[in-house]
Ligand binder design. Structure first.
Ligand code: ZN
Ligand code: ZN
Length: 286
């Protein structure tokens, strides 16, 4: 009886004002500050190219590193390669790979249930970003046990905030090197802030739209869906129904023509001898 009461008391989510304020600041700075700066001062081609390159590097840091490597162990690689990929993922400011991975493992274990961190049955905004603003009692350490055995994951967790800062400093320094003080500000705004906002929304889209829009060719046991359209903004992770069905597969889009740049990067690393044991869970396709 007391155990039941304790469980009931622990089901309350607690609002996290700091997360909300930080997120709101990023949204306002991106949607209001950046267009105003663009109108009154302007951005250079260098700023836009840097933003695109940083978007791809940090986005793939999440999909290849945080998601397929750390959360699902869909391939293996030397520690220095893993460290490099997890630094790129840290630059996306989506928490350390340890915390992100534990949340994601819980998402797969409890999809569409109360314990699912981005439970899509609670609606678009909750699964997209609303879940970030609450501390949940379900963030149990049991989902971190396997991840904590990895020294590179623990190293990245310890230095997570310095890594985030270097990810914002890098575009500023490159911009300043290219165009002086003003060049630094423009490069920081597009290569730091804007690309961070875009990668955050790319990841959020997988948790929201990929559980709402598309088809279910592989399984109907949860709300996950395949959408080639979403794959274009999520580095190939739109084939989410396949992913939920064969979670350890290094591919999310299993067919050769599926747009899955994360799969292509992992395959390229394998060709270069920098990745091994690429896992294919579904032998019938691709
Ligand atoms: Zn999912
Ligand atoms: Zn996953």
């Amino acid at each position: 009886m007391s155990a039941t009461t304790t469980e009931a008391a622990r089901t309350q989510d607690v609002f996290e004002p700091l997360n909300f304020v930080l997120f709101l600041a990023i949204v306002v700075a991106t949607l209001v500050g950046i267009p105003l700066y663009g109108y009154y001062v302007g951005f250079t081609l260098f700023d836009w190219i840097l933003s695109g390159v940083m978007y791809i590097i940090t986005g793939m840091g999440i999909t290849v590193g945080y998601h397929r490597l750390v959360s699902h162990q869909s391939f293996e690689c030397p520690n220095w390669v893993k460290a490099a990929i997890l630094v790129a993922g840290g630059w996306a400011m989506q928490n350390s790979a340890l915390k992100w991975g534990a949340d994601h493992i819980r998402h797969h274990a409890k999809t569409d249930e109360e314990e699912d961190p981005y439970n899509a049955t609670k609606g678009f905004w909750h699964s997209h970003c609303g879940w970030l603003f609450y501390d949940t009692p379900y963030r149990s350490q049991k989902y971190e046990i396997r991840l904590r055995r990895d020294p590179v994951v623990m190293w990245q967790d310890r230095y997570y905030w310095p890594i985030v800062v270097t990810g914002l400093l890098l575009p500023f320094l490159l911009g300043a090197w290219h165009g002086g003080w003003q060049g630094g500000i423009g490069a920081f705004l597009l290569g730091g802030l804007f690309r961070m906002f875009m990668v955050l929304n790319s990841t959020f889209t997988i948790n929201s739209l990929c559980h709402m829009v598309g088809s279910q060719p592989h399984s109907t046991k949860d709300s996950s869906r395949d959408s080639w359209l979403v794959s274009f903004v999520s580095f190939g992770e739109g084939y989410h129904n396949f992913h939920h069905t064969y979670a350890r597969d290094f591919r999310n889009g299993p067919k050769w023509y599926n747009f899955d740049p994360s799969k292509w990067i992992i395959y390229t690393l394998w060709l270069l001898g920098l990745a091994s044991n690429l896992r294919r869970n579904d032998p019938t396709v691709g």
